[in-house]
Design a protein around this ligand. Structure first.
Ligand code: PEP
Ligand code: MG
Length: 596
């Protein structure tokens, strides 16, 4: 880019918005220099000394992280502090520690170089997946590498400058410990080059209500120190050097946003009941046990979807029954007396898990070897997970949910596996909830079409629109070229949703929806009118869904849902819904969505 372009007005950059608000202030840019790592060949008698030096650096790193963890726990709560545990665990990871020591011995090299080689190898073996949970693992490895190497080299950790005035921090990435430093500082917004929606930075910035846009490529190069920056974390947009008009519309947006936040916060302790007395439940979606307190904080009625893929992605070993049991038990005990739906592993598709899918090339991964299909081909792997969930069901209210069911035979076999697991546990004398509910995700059109039969065979159904939309319209959910066909409000999709809810009710079951769609302003009253029993959304969106439900009469929502079924295009549906919701929803909600 030439210099003039750098200073141009209204430069817009896109990234991943964390949904934690909007901010405007001047930019502080932090460029991160990598430490130069020396390569030294050791005399044989120096090897033991080098290993001792390496162990000491691990000890110092642990002490530093524990201190940071304690500060974060005190200022931001246990859930935020929990994200530092991933790095603490790496410090005693046998792979990292043993391999580094082996390399020091075998190659007779210094600890910095050995550690760097081991971590580089681990990062390369993770491949180039764009999966956010996968990238988080890479960030953890990079962060722990910098920390240990700084300690080995005797460098003081690079700190983030603390400004005197309100500022936006623009930086390549942040370690959890550094994100924690922003709490209570003058930083009112954050832009990073690396980080996904589920990354530590995203989780912590939502907890702190710090507006952040992550994954903005070249941000530290393109944005200059002192430039005015708008961070719109609701839309994932960064505007640099805004002109007067943009600034004005931003200020308007901000005041609406503040009013909206004040309004929806009032609904956190309330139940989701329509003005005419129809009650539904609003759960939270999550993938880390550390998010449970956040779900409670935002007033969720339990966990509507706990994704377990992370357990399978974080290491090159399959998670053991005991390891999984600890995770599920932790969730069950925290969320009690509410329930948590644990979804069995949904790896495959775009969710790459090295251990299960690493050497397996597929031309059409979304139509291929994924989720329950893997579990039924390797029942021992799925049974390990089911046994862990069953054992944990003794400590709270857990339910099991199978993803990607496309045929009744799959559900039949999966249920048989649950029974086999119960037998195993009985034999071992382990306690579990004999009456544990077993449900399925409806995310393949065949499952929606066969929903009556499937409902008869299980206890509940949760509609996964993220996938159902892509499979109904044959439009890859991650491919921007077909994004215009990936239409959430397309009547073809809405009919499948309605059909599933009706089938569940005819069989005396309840139906939930845990795709992103459950949190859209226009979709909430529509789904309410279709008779949906449970909405499950990211924790921060729970209060918004409750606010909408508390304003929308069920009788009106039912009429609206009937009407919508007459349309044939998404455009017609959206324009109809946009008009109707104005009659019932507070203007703070509608205005914001319109401008947004
Ligand atoms: C869905 O498909 O809507 C869903 C919730 O599952 P995931 O996004 O994990 O595929
Ligand atoms: Mg899905």
């Amino acid at each position: 880019m030439i210099a003039e372009e750098h200073n141009a007005k209204n430069r817009e950059y896109r990234g991943i918005g964390t949904g934690s608000g909007i901010a405007m202030a001047k930019a502080v840019i932090v460029h991160r220099g990598e430490a130069v790592i020396p390569v030294i060949t050791l005399e044989p008698e120096k090897i033991e000394q080098e290993i001792a030096r390496f162990r000491e650096s691990l000890f110092i790193s642990r002490e530093q992280l524990l201190k940071i963890r304690a500060t974060v726990a005190k200022t931001m709560g246990e859930e935020a502090a929990g994200v530092i545990d991933a790095q603490l665990m790496l410090l005693s990871d046998p792979f990292l520690v043993d391999e580094t020591e082996k390399l020091i011995k075998l190659k007779r090299v210094n600890a910095e170089h050995a550690l760097d080689t081991v971590i580089q190898g681990a990062i390369e073996s993770l491949g180039e997946s764009k999966d956010p949970t996968f990238q988080d693992r890479v960030h953890d490895l990079n962060d722990i590498r910098s920390r240990i190497i700084s300690n080995l080299l005797g460098l003081k950790g690079q700190t983030i400058p603390m400004p005197e005035e309100e500022s936006i921090l623009v930086i390549s990435h942040l370690a959890p410990s550094e994100t924690a430093q922003l709490f209570g500082s003058k930083y009112v917004g954050l832009v990073t080059e690396i980080g996904g929606f589920t990354s530590h930075i995203a989780i912590m910035s939502r907890t702190m209500n710090l507006p952040a846009v992550l994954g903005v490529e070249n941000a530290t190069e393109d944005i200059k120190r002192g430039e005015e920056v708008i961070v719109n974390s609701m839309k994932g947009i960064v505007i640099v050097n805004p002109d007067e008009e943009t600034e004005k519309s931003y200020n308007k947006l901000k005041s609406i946003y503040i009013k909206r936040r004040k309004l929806i916060e009032k609904y956190i302790p309330k139940k989701a009941v329509t003005p005419d007395g129809h009650k539904v439940s609003v759960g939270a979606n999550m993938e880390l046990p550390e998010e449970v307190p956040m779900a409670k904080h935002f007033g969720a009625d339990g966990i509507g979807l706990f994704r377990t893929e992370l357990l399978y992605m974080k290491s090159d070993k399959l998670p053991s029954e005991d390891e999984q049991f600890e995770v599920y038990k932790n969730i069950a005990s925290q969320i009690k007396p509410d329930s948590a739906i644990i979804r069995t592993f949904d790896v495959g598709g775009d969710k790459f898990a090295g251990i299960l899918t690493h050497h397996h090339y597929e031309p059409n991964p979304f139509l291929g070897w994924r989720a329950i299909r893997i579990g039924l081909e390797y029942p021992e792997i799925l049974k390990t997970q089911i046994c862990a969930i069953l054992r944990a069901s003794n400590f709270g209210n857990l339910k099991i949910m199978f993803p990607m069911i496309s045929l009744p035979e799959e559900l039949k076999r999966a249920r048989e596996l649950v029974e086999e697991c119960k037998d195993i546990l009985r034999e071992r004398g382990e306690k579990f909830n004999e009456k544990i509910e077993v449900g399925i995700m409806v995310e393949v059109p065949s499952a929606a079409i066969l929903s009556r039969k499937l409902a008869e065979m299980c206890d509940f159904m949760s509609i996964g629109t993220n996938d159902l939309i892509q499979y109904t319209l044959a439009a890859d959910r991650g491919n921007p070229r077909v994004a215009h066909i990936y239409q959430s409000y397309q009547p073809a999709v809405l009919k499948l949703i309605k059909m599933t809810i009706d089938s569940a009710h005819l069989e005396g079951r309840w139906a939930g929806l845990c795709g992103e769609f459950a949190g859209y302003v226009l979709a909430v009253p529509l789904l309410l009118g279709m008779g949906l029993d449970e909405f499950s959304v990211v924790p921060a969106r729970v209060p918004l869904v409750k606010t909408i439900i508390n304003h929308f009469p069920y009788s009106e929502a039912r009429v609206m849902a009937e009407e919508v079924m007459q349309f044939t295009t998404e455009e017609e549906v959206i324009s109809y819904l946009s008009e109707r919701v104005k009659e019932f929803l507070p203007k703070e909600i509608i205005e914001f969505e319109v401008i947004d």
